[in-house]
Design a binder for this molecule. Structure first.
Ligand SMILES: *[C@@H]1O[C@H](CO)[C@@H](O)[C@H](O)[C@H]1NC(C)=O
Length: 242
């Protein structure tokens, strides 16, 4: 009963600081930020600096209609793919997005600074995220898959160790084994694919050897003639000299 009350109070307190204008983004609907102007924050529940930011971020979100922008947030613990896409290496990370152009915000984490960043267009002096690491690019989609995969592996490891009582060395051993086996299978397929793409690989080599052998034969057959000619010429010259 007491625990429930504590939860309820906690919930109400959290709801009180939460802006109704704040937009939550996840792996499925994050591409909404490709349209219009946004400020988005990447955070995690365990990060103390994120908790410090929460209040000013929410009051900044209350201003979003006046500024004509949207203010969003992403929980990286439930959206590991997005932390991969946006290369989030520190928390909290804040991005400004306008018409698909991404810029990382590195100013003071204060509501008034956020507002003037947008209102006075201070983002203009910041270099946009280059094409090769644009969050909506194909290569970052691949990075996102790897982040999701590694998070899934970690979750599975924790599940084995904490809930199934598997010793952690056994879990590591399992993953090492699976990785090796996958590597073998992948390697096998890559060899097959290469064989399909370059089907005459070994034969070509043989042909080259054969043509090379023919050439040397030709040279050999030519060289006696050349010598003969040379001799003839010499003979002619000798005759002339006489
Ligand atoms: C994205 O999905 C989440 C979870 O369903 C939802 O809470 C949020 O409002 C959605 N955001 C947008 C921009 O649609």
């Amino acid at each position: 009963m007491l625990l429930r009350l504590v939860f309820l109070v906690g919930f109400v307190a959290a709801a009180a600081t939460r802006s109704s204008k704040l937009v939550f983004l996840n792996e499925e609907n994050w591409t909404d930020i490709m349209k219009g102007e946004w400020m988005i924050e990447f955070h995690a529940p365990w990060c103390p600096a994120c908790k410090d930011l929460q209040k000013s971020w929410n009051s900044f979100a209350d201003w979003s209609d006046d500024l004509g922008i949207k203010v969003g947030e992403v929980d990286v613990t439930v959206n590991p793919g997005l932390s991969g896409r946006f290369l989030v290496t520190a928390l909290p990370t804040i991005y400004h997005v306008k018409d698909g152009v991404f810029r990382q915000y590195s100013g003071a984490r204060d509501k008034n600074d956020f507002i003037s960043f947008v209102e006075d267009k201070k983002y203009r002096v910041i270099d946009p995220v280059p094409d090769y690491k644009h969050p909506n690019s194909k290569q970052m989609a691949v990075v996102a898959v790897f982040f999701k995969l590694s998070m899934a592996v970690r979750d599975f490891h924790n599940h084995l160790v904490e809930e199934k009582g598997v010793p952690s060395w056994a879990s590591y051993g399992l993953f090492a084994g699976v990785t090796l086996a996958l590597g073998c299978v992948l390697g096998f397929f890559i060899v097959i694919i290469i064989d399909q793409v370059f089907p005459t690989g070994p034969k070509k080599g043989q042909q080259q050897k054969q043509t090379a052998a023919k050439k040397t034969e030709n040279k050999k057959s030519e060289s006696p003639d050349a010598k003969k000619n040379g001799n003839n010429n010499n003979a002619k010259e000798n005759k002339k000299q006489k």
